[in-house]
Design a protein around this ligand. Structure first.
Ligand code: CDT
Length: 322
């Protein structure tokens, strides 16, 4: 029997440094209205959706960056989003910068029930970039300065979502999508819907080689499509897009099925809602055949995956006669 769920990736166009959260939240509420008109049951917003992608800005005094963080959710500024969710009966995923009551900082995402209750929280594990100002880079990427590594692992929860009944939901954030280990930890919990937001610059600012624009998009899609296929899950990936503070983010939000096919793709660099009707029973084929983990995984051969972090050089082959 089909378990149908209508999902949306709510891509956001740029949010400028000078713009307040009220601007972003207003745009998000309008996307929720559009989602309601299209019968959407889950809306996925991007990573750090309430502000500009502030890790591009260096603050000598770390505490001066605190105004980018949320100490409470909902707050006065984010309340209209929660109200829209309740009004329309739509669950939503939101990426934001979290400051805990103990003063810790994380790049976080929550999955929120239409009632406003937080169903699941995830804190980004794979933080890209650097912690100190890098004079070689044209644009800074200071996630390692402003955030701690997430401490919640990669959780999955089974929760009622829309008309589909209970759904196994999990989350990744931006750079996490490039790491197959992260997807597999979700897959090992039978995830059926992976929600992820991202802010990815169109240019590689590392300057250690040339990376064409189309390859930046390819690498994003390749990672998400492979993650969905190899773990038999749907994926909803929502980008921040366009020229933000003078720097381009590439957008190209997608919704992917468990076969790794793109079901919908954003084509603008603006606020844009893309939707797809998902039959969650599609997850069974992969899970029960080629990616039946219980039948086919060989953990005895995977020890390096958790025992070792960096790559090591291999043993060198020597010809017998030498
Ligand atoms: N936000 C985020 O994680 N962006 C990274 C860009 C890395 S470039 C230092 C990404 O993987 O898309």
């Amino acid at each position: 029997m089909a378990r149908r769920l209508t999902v949306a990736a709510a891509q956001l166009g740029p949010i400028q440094k000078a713009e307040g959260r009220d601007v972003a939240v207003g745009r998000m509420v309008r996307l929720m209205e559009r989602a309601h008109q299209r019968g959407v049951e889950v809306v996925v917003f991007p990573e750090l959706a309430l502000t500009t992608f502030f890790p591009r800005w260096y603050e000598e005094d770390r505490a001066a960056a605190d105004n980018w963080f949320e100490a409470a959710l909902p707050s006065n500024e984010t309340a209209p989003l929660f109200e829209a969710a309740r009004k329309y009966g739509i669950a939503f995923h939101l990426g934001y910068a979290e400051k805990t009551p103990e003063g810790r900082h994380f790049n976080t995402a929550v999955f929120v029930h239409p009632s406003g209750e937080i169903v699941l929280k995830y804190r980004k594990v794979h933080l890209p970039g650097h912690a100190e100002y890098d004079p070689v880079r044209k644009v800074q990427h200071l996630e390692k300065r402003y955030f701690e590594v997430g401490d919640l692992g990669f959780p999955v929860v089974r929760a009622p979502v829309g008309g589909a009944g209970p759904v196994n939901v999990g989350m990744l954030i931006c750079n996490d999508r490039r790491w197959p280990e992260a997807w597999r930890v979700l897959g090992l919990q039978s995830v059926e819907l992976v929600m992820l937001g991202y802010n990815t610059p169109s240019l590689n600012m590392d300057n250690r080689g040339f990376e064409a624009h189309h390859l930046r998009v390819l690498h994003s899609h390749l990672s998400i499509q492979a993650g969905c296929y190899q773990n038999a899950t749907f994926g909803v990936a929502a980008a921040k897009a366009g020229v933000e503070d003078g720097h381009e983010l590439f957008g190209h939000s997608i919704i992917v099925n468990p076969q790794g096919e793109i079901m919908a793709q954003a084509t603008s660099w603006d606020d844009e809602l893309i939707t797809a009707d998902c039959d969650l029973e599609m997850c069974r084929l992969g899970r029960e055949t080629i990616f039946n983990f219980a039948a086919h995984r060989r953990v005895e051969a995977y020890a390096r995956i958790t025992a070792q972090t960096g790559a090591q050089p291999p043993a060198e082959w020597q010809p017998r006669g030498a």
